[in-house]
Design a protein. Structure first.
Length: 273
């Protein structure tokens, strides 16, 4: 009983530190985001983009601080050597839990540029953090069902257009574009429903990577292939906050992007696709 109460207390303290840290940096971030909105001059916007990314980087550093205070996780990490903060990276990783994002941010922070990724449009309504994602130019994707697209064919390709616009902004300053090729978090139910040929992965979707390579492939210095493993099972975010994630294993491979993959038309060229 005492163990459960202690873990719950750690979870409450971690949650409070996360909320306070987020509110503090978001207040400053929103001020510069408003300046960027009101002053649409390209050189000034690039300068403000750097400031916004720097603020987000400080937010992650503070998150790492409370994680060290409340977590006793044993980290087994390989592949962090040779990373450059002023380069562009395409980061590809498996997806099992919301904890994945904190793992990646904690390990990659200040080693590579701030990670940016595609977000479901519904998440823009998440209090405070949704606006922060918008201010940082995260692309919000609206997923349409096949039935909806059959009734509204004019909506086809809208997600692709959003991704292209976002990648055009990412090309202004060094950025790390993160992609979950499975498209959603891994669960046994989803795995069985897909009849995935992979033991621990859902079927991958190539569209996100293809569009990033089409829009800014010449910018990427490296492709980072990341594998995250939770030896004791994928945790819930609350388990993570309570300090109940004992072990995390991460492997990072640095891969060169084949030149023939850069700049191709994934959407319209069937042979290239």
């Amino acid at each position: 009983m005492q163990h459960i109460l202690l873990k719950t207390l750690i979870g409450v303290v971690s949650s409070l530190m996360l909320v306070i840290n987020t509110l503090f940096w978001c207040i400053i971030l929103f001020f510069f985001a408003l300046l960027k909105l009101l002053l649409p001059f390209r050189p000034l916007r690039i300068c403000i983009d750097r400031i916004l990314n720097g603020l987000a980087t400080n937010w992650i550093s503070c998150n790492s601080g409370w994680m060290r205070l409340t977590q006793k996780t044993r980290w087994d990490v390989q592949g962090l050597d040779g990373l450059e903060y002023n380069h562009w990276y395409l980061v590809n990783t498996n997806h099992q839990s919301w904890v994945d994002i904190f793992v990646l941010q904690h390990l990659m922070n200040r080693r590579i540029p701030f990670l940016k990724f595609l977000i479901k449009r519904q998440l823009i309504y998440v209090p405070v953090i949704g606006l922060a994602w918008w201010a940082l130019d995260f692309p919000f994707m609206r997923r349409y069902s096949r039935e909806y697209l059959e009734k509204h064919p004019n909506k086809r390709g809208k997600d692709l257009e959003t991704t292209r616009k976002a990648c055009a902004k990412f090309a202004r300053i060094p950025t790390s574009v993160m992609n979950f090729p499975e498209g959603t978090r891994f669960t046994v139910t989803k795995h069985d429903r897909q009849d995935s040929p992979y033991r621990f992965l859902l079927k991958p979707k190539a569209g996100g990577i293809a569009l990033a390579l089409e829009s800014m492939g010449q910018k990427f210095q490296s492709f980072l292939d990341v594998t995250i493993v939770y030896p004791d099972g994928a945790p819930r975010f609350w388990d993570f906050l309570c300090g109940m994630v004992d072990r995390i294993t991460v492997r990072i491979q640095h891969l060169q992007i084949p030149k023939e993959f850069i700049g191709g038309d994934y959407e319209n060229n069937a042979k290239f696709r």
